[in-house]
Design a protein around this ligand. Structure first.
Ligand SMILES: [Zn+2]
Length: 291
């Protein structure tokens, strides 16, 4: 009898300990989730806006380009659409008159670094230099919006951009316009992924590419024309700052990923060669990054 009682007490104690341990583990997981959600809301790039209003933001990266950006501006003007241009400092220095024309057309201008490095792969001082130099080149038209080149980011670079006062802007729709697609396919692809609050990413220039033929931006400009022709009666195409007024921003995780294999296949459009393996932080490995 005594043995039975002792055994049942021991078993009850064991169950209580297990239950306490489970509760502690659940508490830790809950706190971790909370911290992660707060960090994501603070530092994760904005992917889109949660809204029921029919507003969408078109964004264009890597310009301004002397041939393609003015043609694109004409298409946007024709449809009464506004967009956001994430410009490179090097391109802005070469074409300040186009930067001014974009701003005077009522479009927003954001920062896309000086010359398009994958920012998790460069040192912190270099990241700050890239963003600040671009900012100087865009003066006085820059708004505090930052888009990381290639969509490569991680917590450190996001914190850096936030410390410099920028909102980090990602996307939730695109048209694979850095590849070989005709305008009709790209327009249909965008329409299929369009929803209120979407941020669409496109390119009015390409800093680097898989094949030189992709440098031609005319197919993208035609795709934008088709998209606006078909969808302007249903959606208002606004700048990112305007879009952000219409709802709650949704964010990517603050932990990004770098596709080194893709980077190694790209040909820079400016004739330069970028050697990522020379990263001063010594972290040039996909293993250092996670999504
Ligand atoms: Zn870019």
């Amino acid at each position: 009898m005594m043995i039975d009682d002792t055994s049942s007490v021991a078993s009850r104690d064991g169950l209580e300990k297990a239950s306490l341990l489970a509760r502690i583990k659940a508490g830790i997981a809950w706190r971790r989730g909370l911290v992660r959600a707060r960090m994501q809301a603070r530092f994760g790039p904005i992917s889109h806006v949660r809204t029921t209003e029919p507003v969408v933001a078109l964004t264009f990266d890597d310009g301004p380009h002397p041939q393609f950006t003015p043609q694109l501006l004409e298409v946007l003007r024709k449809h009464g659409a506004h967009a956001t241009f994430f410009m490179l400092g090097t391109m802005a220095r070469r074409h300040p008159e186009i930067v001014r024309e974009v701003a005077e057309g009522g479009h927003a201008i954001g920062n896309h670094t000086l010359n398009h490095p994958s920012i998790p792969l460069v040192s912190r001082p270099e990241r700050w230099r890239q963003i600040r130099s671009c900012s100087r080149a865009l003066k006085p038209y820059e708004q505090k919006l930052f888009r990381p080149p290639y969509g490569h980011y991680d917590l450190g670079p996001c914190v850096d951009a936030a410390m410099l006062g920028y909102s980090i802007i990602g996307w939730n729709a695109h048209a694979f316009d850095w590849l070989d697609h005709d305008p009709e396919w790209m327009a249909e692809h965008m329409i299929a992924h369009l929803q209120p609050g979407s941020i669409i990413t496109l390119h009015d220039a390409l800093y680097s590419m898989l094949d030189e033929k992709h440098a031609d931006r005319i197919p993208t400009i035609h795709a934008v024309d088709l998209l606006l022709e078909k969808m302007s009666h249903r959606y208002r195409f606004v700048t990112v700052p305007e879009l952000l007024k219409h709802g709650t921003a949704e964010h990517w995780s603050c932990f990004g990923k770098v596709d080194l294999e893709f980077l190694s296949r790209l040909k820079p459009n400016d004739g330069s060669v970028r050697e990522y393996n020379a990263n001063p932080a010594g972290k040039c490995s996909a293993d250092n990054f996670r999504r």
